[in-house]
Design a binder for this molecule. Structure first.
Ligand SMILES: Cc1ncc(COP(=O)(O)O)c(C=O)c1O
Length: 381
């Protein structure tokens, strides 16, 4: 099996014929996002991971399950159990069909009804927790339910996307696709949730482009980069814990994007380029567009769009939902606010910081303790 210089797998396992459902994962297209979304002679490349059967996480789901099987951690036919807000769930449903495992997914009431129905259609059993954990919020409540399901069946396996290094290694092929598609890359713009694709893609890309700048994109209210936990509307990116897969050293700067910004950007992108997505695509495209305006014109910028727009038609693209959450009340910003250090203040709208630190190394008064509340609801302003 071919490997990168870092010793990571380049291809899907060879037993995976290309004409199978899992065989069509990867080799997603690139789209140039220029005018009218960006100004004349400005723009960036978007990697359209929504062209995978489920989304970007198909790559890691197939990889984590294949590697667990190789290591003997997952027996033939044994159940797979995981906590997910959706995208990994789609990938695990695909892995379950491909490798013959029942799949149980634990989520919370914030999951879009469409996504829950999609997962059920693909054969997964969806468990929805009904109460947040008193201190650890919905994310901890989901993890507790996963622990219960694992305890009830000793054969069951949990990939643990937050801490499993396979969720980083799975993305080396994506980096190789980018190099084959655009050659040199100067700046990579990536959403951060578990940290898997930002860590895996940037690590493999730097073997080709050592000068690469990596710009991480998080949501306001997320603790990943040292902000205190606050209620979050945006799903996919962000977290209320500190996943071990986040590679803090890889980032040159971080942006926290607010939902007003993400909604407006996703909508403009959809109507101008017929390529859009939801919260994370809106956030990533917000930052990539700003970079295309402010970085030298010779710089080649690549943004990863983790999924497509379909699951967001009841939220990001629904006027009633957005009006109820106050997301249409103010115009989006053209430039981010700036802070010198994540501890400077709690950010409530699009903000940038070029000093990226691992919050686990910060003083306790940073207010970013693991397991703080993860409430899906309207952000307090
Ligand atoms: C739509 C979407 N965007 C972004 C992310 C963040 O990706 P990662 O977990 O690799 O950091 C996720 C993760 O689930 C996602 O579902």
């Amino acid at each position: 099996m071919p490997e990168t210089s870092a010793g990571r797998l380049l291809t899907l396992p060879p037993t995976m014929p290309q004409h199978t459902p899992a065989g069509v994962v990867g080799n997603t297209p690139m789209l140039w996002i220029g005018e009218p979304f960006c100004a004349p002679r400005q723009g960036f490349w978007a990697k359209l991971e929504g062209h995978n059967p489920g989304g970007i996480k198909d790559r890691t789901a197939i990889y984590m399950v294949a590697r667990a099987t190789e290591r003997g951690q997952l027996a033939p036919g044994a159940p797979i159990v995981e906590s997910t807000s959706g995208t990994l769930g789609l990938g695990l449903a695909l892995a379950g069909i491909t490798f013959g495992h029942p799949v149980a997914l634990v989520t919370d009431p914030g999951m879009e009804p469409l996504m829950a129905r999609l997962l059920a259609a693909y054969g997964a059993v969806v468990h929805t927790v009904t109460e947040p954990h008193p201190t650890g919020g919905w994310q901890q409540a989901r993890r507790d339910r996963v622990a219960e399901l694992l305890a009830a069946d000793p054969a069951a396996y949990c990939p643990d996307q937050y801490n499993n290094p396979d969720n980083v290694a799975a993305y080396a092929p994506l980096a190789h696709e980018l190099i084959a598609q655009v050659g040199r890359i100067d700046t990579l713009v990536v959403a951060v949730g578990t940290g898997g694709h930002s860590a895996g893609v940037s690590r493999a890309l730097r073997t080709f482009c050592p000068h690469l700048r990596v710009v991480g994109v998080d949501t306001i209210g997320s603790t990943i980069f040292g902000q205190p936990a606050r209620p979050r509307i945006m799903r996919g990116l962000g977290s209320s814990i500190h996943p071990r897969n986040v590679d803090y050293g890889t980032f040159d700067e971080v942006h926290w994007v607010d939902p007003v910004q993400a909604v407006r950007t996703s909508r403009v992108l959809a109507s101008s380029h017929y390529a859009s997505g939801g919260w994370s695509v809106g956030a990533v495209a917000t930052v990539a567009r700003w970079l295309s305006r402010t970085r030298p014109a010779t710089e080649r910028i690549v943004a990863i769009f983790p999924d497509g727009p379909q699951r967001y038609f009841d939220t990001v693209f629904n006027d009633d939902f957005c009006a109820e959450k106050g997301l249409l009340d103010r115009p989006p910003l053209d430039v981010p606010d700036e802070i010198a250090d994540t501890r400077e203040r709690t950010v409530t709208r699009w903000t940038r910081c070029t000093r990226v630190v691992d919050p686990r190394a910060l003083a306790p008064d940073a207010g970013a303790g693991a397991g703080s509340a993860d409430v899906v609801g309207e952000a307090r302003r």
